[in-house]
Design a protein around this ligand. Structure first.
Ligand code: PLP
Length: 397
């Protein structure tokens, strides 16, 4: 008789019974506030609600300025424009990330240069970054990926030595802190996404944070067709600098309201996720299983999802193992981003790959557990039971 659920056996837990947060969150208080905002007619154009969220989010992440935008792709593009990145410049990005990190580089006419990731945190390797530098390198985009953080100390040291700007892609890292100071406030600019599945979500949305006043002005003008923050609609007092192409990438007050409400819950949510992570380390006692490591100086670590890595010699590919575990009721993803330059949606022809064997390995050997599954640590024994069961009968997968 078959034991594994993928072969007709009884699952460890019925998928519907696995406790997880229903995402995105909704509540009556926010619905009322949305109605008030709607009736106020103050929906955009540097509305009070946008300004309030910009202040709250920047302060939470220890930055002086917040610039709210339409999504976390245009925040990257505006950051590169604000930093003065020009066509033909090279920008170093990790081989493993969502395509937006590299496409933003292409949007400003620059060349994405892929460098490998670390085997433990799965974020940009400082050594690979340094090796990829050429006289054309003008910026680096470390990504704080899933439940890891790039080594900001090492990366910023190297960048300073070579006079390279640092743009932190914090799309996955709302609320994460490095040595107790918010991610995004360490580099020249930090960029965040609030797309539907993110740890803070308004369906779509993004923000840049910075401690540099001039960059804050350039970011604001880049997203708001050249206006400065202090200009009234239709009455610009000054124009943007000649080297700064400007767009309409404004966000909506409704999104800012949703995010301001969710931000209040973030510290408790992150602390529950960190507890879950610590308990889940028990599955590393099963042969061939390891968890993505948190940032070396994370305090606390933020989480968009957690990568679980399967040794191919013991488990085969992560896709096979995760299909068997999903059949047991554990809501793992069926894959992960994989190396950007192999993603079928990555349509940029002009890039340089410095060699990313670790990104390629993780592309086939890791799957994710969403942040929505990381708030109930009582689920950890269930996950452990399913992993031990599938390990025991892995020959039958
Ligand atoms: C690492 C990373 N950077 C940038 C983005 C782009 O954000 P958005 O989808 O809000 O444009 C994402 C979104 O998934 C992401 O995961």
């Amino acid at each position: 008789m078959s034991v594994l659920a993928c072969n007709g056996g009884t699952p460890v837990i019925e998928p519907a019974e696995f406790k997880r947060v229903i995402w995105p969150p909704v509540d009556e208080e926010t619905a009322e506030l949305l109605k008030e905002l709607y009736l106020s007619r103050k929906w955009s154009f540097n509305s009070e609600m946008e300004q309030q969220f910009e202040r709250e989010f920047a302060e939470y992440h220890d930055a002086e300025y917040g610039i709210f935008m339409a999504n976390g792709t245009v925040t990257l593009e505006c950051s590169l424009l604000a930093l003065g990145i020009k066509p033909g410049d090279e920008v170093i990005v990790p081989g493993l990330t969502w395509i937006a990190t590299a496409m933003a580089v292409a949007y400003v006419g620059a060349i994405p240069v892929f460098a490998d990731i670390e085997n433990d945190t799965l974020c940009l390797s400082p050594e690979a970054f340094e090796k990829a530098i050429t006289p054309k390198t003008k910026a680096v985009i470390p990504v704080h990926l899933y439940a890891g953080m790039a080594d900001l100390d090492a990366i910023i040291d190297i960048a300073k030595k070579h006079n390279i700007a640092v743009l932190e892609d914090c799309a996955h890292m709302q609320g994460g802190k490095w040595r107790g100071r918010g991610v995004g406030s360490w580099g020249n600019i930090g960029s965040f996404s609030f797309q539907q599945s993110k740890t803070l979500s308004s369906g779509e949305g993004g923000i840049c944070i910075t401690n540099d006043r001039e960059l804050a002005d350039r970011l604001y003008r880049a997203k708001h067709i050249g206006y400065s923050r202090f200009d009234a609609q239709g009455a610009a007092l000054s124009g943007p600098p000649a080297d700064l192409p400007c767009h309409n990438y404004r966000g909506l007050a409704f999104s800012a309201l949703l995010l301001s409400q969710q931000l209040k819950q973030l510290p408790e949510r992150i602390s529950r996720m960190n507890e879950f992570y610590n308990d889940l380390k028990v599955i590393e006692t099963i042969p061939g299983i390891r968890l993505q490591a948190p940032g070396r100086q994370a305090s606390p670590q933020g989480c968009y999802a957690l990568e679980i890595i399967f040794d191919p010699e013991i488990w085969g590919t992560a896709a096979q193992a995760s299909a068997a575990l999903r059949a047991e009721g554990i809501p793992l993803s069926s894959g992960n981003y994989g190396p950007v330059y192999k993603n079928m949606l990555f349509n940029c022809q002009n890039f340089r790959n410095t060699g990313c064997p670790t990104a390629e390995f993780i592309g086939t050997q890791a799957v994710s557990l969403s942040h929505t599954c990381m708030e109930y640590k009582e689920m950890v024994p269930v996950i452990e039971k399913a992993f031990r069961k599938v390990y025991e009968f892995r020959k039958e997968i």
